[in-house]
Write a protein that binds this ligand. Structure first.
Ligand SMILES: Cc1cc2nc3c(=O)[nH]c(=O)nc-3n(C[C@H](O)[C@H](O)[C@H](O)COP(=O)(O)OP(=O)(O)OC[C@H]3O[C@@H](n4cnc5c(N)ncnc54)[C@H](O)[C@@H]3O)c2cc1C
Length: 458
């Protein structure tokens, strides 16, 4: 390793290579908190060329590396493993171009998501990707994890807004696929190899994103329902009546709703009574008066039909913010609860209600005093499960119980957060042997020495 370090020192700017005690512990672990480990060296390239030179040398010396963006990942993928060099993209932070006519934005991989959102908004445009970690996560990390978020029901996941990208391969080869066109069927669409592959096939360095026009008005409602079947019926009805303006469909089971209200300071339920299900609905359009009417009449028709048992329509931005605080209160809840198995899974939408009941029953039968909190982006089949007994020794077993049940129900063991290290051993519950074999073939072809994020995903 010392020859490699000497070569890196000789070829890099001093600020690009950090060693020993000069490496801050923020690079030891991602948000998953899994087994922090000091990287053997920290590299902070400023350009694609510099990164390419680093990878060429690491490849020559069989040196494994871990790629780091904003380190907000929840599956341990960016946490260094023993002996790995960490490559942080944080200095590759720049907006290269905003093309208001084509509605595209070109940025470097280390640019924080929130900055991209703000720059798009300054041009009266909208980047339809938003997540709680917006201030810290970086667009390269979002692309590498194919991040989801709150508006997937309308705009899809990150994959659907990436028009093109540039990536550095394990041996330093630069793949320039900075396509700016919606239609381009000229051979394999290679960008998809890098989107969602969690840094195992290449390091994303630049991205071209498709922006959208800003919507002028946002309408928000918090509704109460009696059954999961009513939720899925409502989803179909609103998809028809509100069309593509339906941007949020966030379901909270009573177990989550009551716990968040009870735990988070200054949070009160706006309903007088308790209900089995609470649904946050968001609708966006460009015509305030017609939009108000459309939204209200769509919801009141379902109230009159008995599908909704109560409806509260936000009358102000403050009302809307209060509704969202209930949904987003999970962040504060997780800081208070101990030893929580925090899973994000996907299931066919019609199965989620039965799965949820079955899961609660099985965990209650198996563990004393288990808490189960359920909520999710149901419009995208995405269920978040938090389960806990407060005993650290139960957490791994609860994780496994949930993963095995997802396998039984033919769901996806991760909807958004990725496989990383933490879910790698469960991959076969969601993918067939032939799919995993093909993934390994692709990995071997692109990284024959297995130096790029080794041990993540597969
Ligand atoms: C409060 C909070 C809320 C969240 N909400 C959501 C949500 O709603 N939806 C969602 O999908 N996720 C969510 N996440 C998870 C996380 O924010 C996303 O996975 C995000 O996309 C990770 O970006 P990052 O820059 O922090 O990547 P990191 O955590 O640094 O890395 C994640 C993975 O990508 C790889 N990687 C990072 N950058 C690159 C690159 N340039 N090229 C190749 N590989 C790279 C890493 O090696 C690692 O495997 C949330 C996390 C937190 C803490």
């Amino acid at each position: 390793m010392s020859i490699l370090l000497d070569q890196l020192k000789a070829s890099l700017d001093a600020s690009s290579l950090i060693l020993d005690d000069d490496i801050s512990d923020k690079y030891f672990v991602d948000w998953s908190g899994s087994k922090p480990c000091q990287p053997a060296a920290l590299l902070k390239p400023k350009t694609t060329e510099e990164l390419s030179a680093i990878m060429a040398l690491c490849h020559e010396h069989d040196q494994p590396v871990v790629v780091q963006g904003g380190l907000t990942g929840l599956s341990g993928g960016a946490t260094p493993q023993s002996g790995e060099f960490a490559i942080s993209l944080e200095r590759m932070n720049a907006i290269e171009e905003i093309d208001a006519t084509a509605m595209t934005l070109t940025a470097h991989a280390g640019t924080p998501l929130q900055l991209l959102q703000e720059v798009a908004a300054e041009h009266d445009l909208f980047l339809p990707l938003d997540l709680g970690a917006r201030g810290s996560c970086m667009i390269g990390g979002n692309v590498a994890t194919n991040a989801g978020g709150t508006e997937v029901i309308r705009y899809g996941m990150t994959r659907s807004m990436v028009l093109g990208l540039e990536a550095v391969l394990a041996d330093g080869t630069v793949i320039n696929a900075m396509n700016k066109m919606v239609k381009n069927n000229s051979g394999y669409d290679l960008k998809h190899l890098f989107i969602g592959s969690e840094g195992t096939l290449g390091i994303v360095t630049r991205v071209v994103l498709q922006l959208q026009p800003q919507s002028l008005n946002t309408h928000t409602a918090l509704c109460a329902l009696n059954s999961y079947e009513a939720v899925t019926q409502l989803l179909n009805i609103l998809k028809r009546s509100l069309g593509s303006g339906l941007t949020g469909f966030e379901l909270m089971w009573d177990n989550y709703y009551e716990k968040v209200i009870e735990t988070v300071p200054n949070l009160n339920s706006p309903f007088e009574e308790s209900h089995p299900f609470y649904l946050l609905i968001e609708y966006k359009d460009n015509d305030k008066i017609a939009g108000d009417q459309r939204f209200e009449s769509a919801l009141f028709a379902q109230f009159e039909a008995g599908l909704l048992t109560d409806v509260l329509i936000a009358q102000s931005l403050q009302d809307a913010a209060t509704f969202w605080q209930i949904r987003d209160g999970v962040g504060e809840l997780l800081q208070v609860l101990k030893s929580v198995s925090n899973q994000d899974v996907s299931l066919p939408v019609t199965d989620i209600g039965i799965f949820a009941e079955d899961l609660e029953k099985r965990l209650n039968d198996k563990y004393d005093n288990v808490g189960v909190l359920l909520f999710g982006h149901i419009g995208d089949n995405n269920l978040h499960v938090c389960a806990y007994t407060g005993r650290e020794e139960d957490k791994a077993e609860i994780n496994e119980d949930i993963m095995l049940m997802i396998g039984e129900y033919s769901g996806a063991i991760t909807a958004e957060h990725g496989i990383g290290v933490l879910k790698r051993d469960f991959l076969s519950l969601s993918r067939t042997d032939n799919e995993i074999a093909l993934m390994k073939t692709i990995k071997l072809a692109m990284d024959p020495k297995n130096i790029l994020n080794p041990g993540r995903v597969i």
